[in-house]
Design a protein around this ligand. Structure first.
Ligand code: AMP
Length: 504
């Protein structure tokens, strides 16, 4: 396991391979850049990068990026990773974790030039697994930027595009391969991926990979890797499956944890709109009239929903595009590029964009549906207020999502301020939703007669609620309404337009 490597990379190795300016894998500093902000989105420590014993060329690349000091995850992860230890790091995107695993890996590649035998020349030395194509591309950019002074071959492979150029690159030999699990496994099964020489494995967003049902692919890939390697596992949360994965595949890992700075969430002005499911898109169009919404990332639960939202925005003269798993890779990249450049005002996305996407200047994150997993709410709103900027997050909640809201508020340890004063106040009751769901399941049971039209406005709490009926949670609607009203009274605010800050 990693132990032989650990011995390899201690004092003795440092003496054998002192940092030098010339090495076979280094060339003149390249023009790579993450293209991202040099402002720090993450708190940086008083420690300097040079205190971490990093190679001068890496230090130079970091200076070019404008990084002054390591972020907390970098400060904690880099020293044990440089010693060759396996790591389980709990850290989220946006905390500087790409550099936390890329820097020690690059240093390892630098200190240990590739053996010259023919087969080894083609062997992949570091494999990074990422759940989404966008994040994979971003990680590759990170490696290229941090290793801009080095001669090493970094390649990204993911599905949705022709595999032939990827296979050609693999044949030429790749030092660092960043991949999404599905395409990687396809290419492995076709015999195109030389994994026997992998020295470092990075599992990024490991909990997300479990969410997305990648775990079987991930396990199959991991089983094909050599035992004697270093494994760096990064996960935003530490559910039981990740603990089991870590136990099974990692060797005496060091566990490090960096709680996301509370300020990340606190810096974002969060508001909640109670609205009927049928009115969510109308409310979105209404809110888009606010000129302060200069660059909005809109989350939709479904791919189909994302398309429909984008179409409707376009019809209203608002530049918008959707990205999700059914879009071609070309379309996904074009939409993201336009959004980054600012030529697209709204990017509508499913959760593939909740993590990883690092776009500067997202003024608003708007969630048309609340996520099932409460942590996902934090990831989504974290797409705004990046690089020290402030941001606004609006979430829409229909009556069927009140339970999700409760879990989210418990997770973020705060109540989200409710905006009651908007043109589409909620009128649906849990019974309406249950009825709609059952008629969707069984079209024959759909009532032939139309329900009476709902009453709009008038305080928003009236409508045709069936007073006193019992919801699935066992609370009567009148109970729920009473407590809902109490809550609203406690934390109601006027529409914030550009979004007023939470007072908490
Ligand atoms: P990541 O979590 O790797 O996606 O990084 C989030 C953002 O922080 C990216 O824009 C990085 O370029 C930036 N970043 C990473 N490390 C540092 C650092 N030490 N100082 C300033 N910015 C950083």
């Amino acid at each position: 396991m990693a132990s032989s490597r650990m011995i390899h990379r201690t004092e003795q190795q440092r003496k054998e391979h002192p940092p030098a300016l010339k090495s076979p894998i280094f060339c003149a500093p390249g023009a790579h850049s993450t293209g991202r902000s040099h402002l720090s989105p993450v708190p940086v420590s008083t420690m300097k990068f040079k205190d971490l014993q990093l190679n001068p060329l890496i230090l130079k690349a970091l200076a070019t990026q404008g990084y002054e000091a390591p972020s907390p995850i970098q400060e904690k992860a880099i020293p044990p990773a440089l010693e060759g230890r396996d790591l389980v790091a709990v850290a989220q995107t946006g905390t500087g974790k790409t550099a936390a695993f890329a820097l020690p890996t690059l240093q390892w590649l630098y200190d240990n030039p590739r053996p010259s035998s023919k087969t080894k020349k083609k062997a992949i030395r570091c494999l990074v697994l990422s759940p989404t194509r966008e994040l994979a591309a971003q990680i590759k950019d990170g490696f290229s930027a941090y290793g801009s002074g080095m001669e090493f071959r970094c390649q990204v492979i993911f599905g949705g595009v022709n595999q032939n150029p990827q296979v050609r690159k693999l044949k030429q030999g790749v030092d660092v391969l960043v991949a999404t699990p599905g395409r990687l496994l396809d290419l492995i099964e076709q015999g195109h991926v030389p994994l026997r020489g992998v020295e470092v494995l990075v599992l990024d967003e490991a909990d997300r990979m479990l969410d997305m049902g990648f775990i079987h692919d991930v396990k199959k890939i991991m089983e094909r890797l050599p035992k004697d390697k270093q494994t760096l596992l990064f996960s935003a949360t530490m559910p039981e499956d990740i603990t089991q994965l870590a136990k099974r595949f990692l060797n005496k890992p060091i566990r490090i944890e960096v709680t996301p700075p509370a300020t990340t969430v606190e810096k974002i002005a969060q508001s909640l709109f109670h609205v009927d499911k049928a009115n969510k898109r109308k409310l979105l169009l209404h809110l888009m009239k606010d000129a302060d919404v200069s660059r909005a990332l809109v989350f939709s639960r479904t791919k189909h929903g994302a398309n429909r939202i984008a179409e409707q925005l376009e019809k209203a003269g608002i530049t918008a595009a959707a990205i999700h798993g059914n879009k071609s890779q070309g379309a996904r990249e074009r939409a993201l590029q336009r959004f980054k450049k600012g030529t697209l005002r709204v990017l509508v996305a499913t959760d593939i964009a909740a993590r990883g996407i690092d776009v500067e200047g997202v003024s608003h994150v708007i969630q048309l549906d609340l996520p099932e997993v409460p942590e996902q709410y934090v990831h989504r709103i974290g797409r705004t207020a990046r690089a020290g900027a402030s941001g606004v997050a609006w979430a829409f909640c229909s009556v069927d999502q009140l339970g999700l809201l409760k879990n989210i508020e418990r997770t973020i340890k705060m109540d989200i301020e409710v905006v009651d004063d908007h043109p589409f106040p909620a009128t649906d009751t849990p019974d309406d939703v249950a009825q709609e769901q059952s008629s969707n399941r069984n079209p024959r049971s759909r009532p032939r007669t139309k329900r009476p039209a709902k009453r709009r406005g008038g305080g928003g709490q009236g409508g045709n609620r069936s007073k006193g009926s019992i919801s699935r949670s066992g609370r009567s609607n009148s109970d729920r309404r009473k407590s809902g009203q109490a809550n609203s009274a406690r934390r109601t605010k006027k529409p914030s337009g550009g979004g007023r800050r939470n007072k908490r």
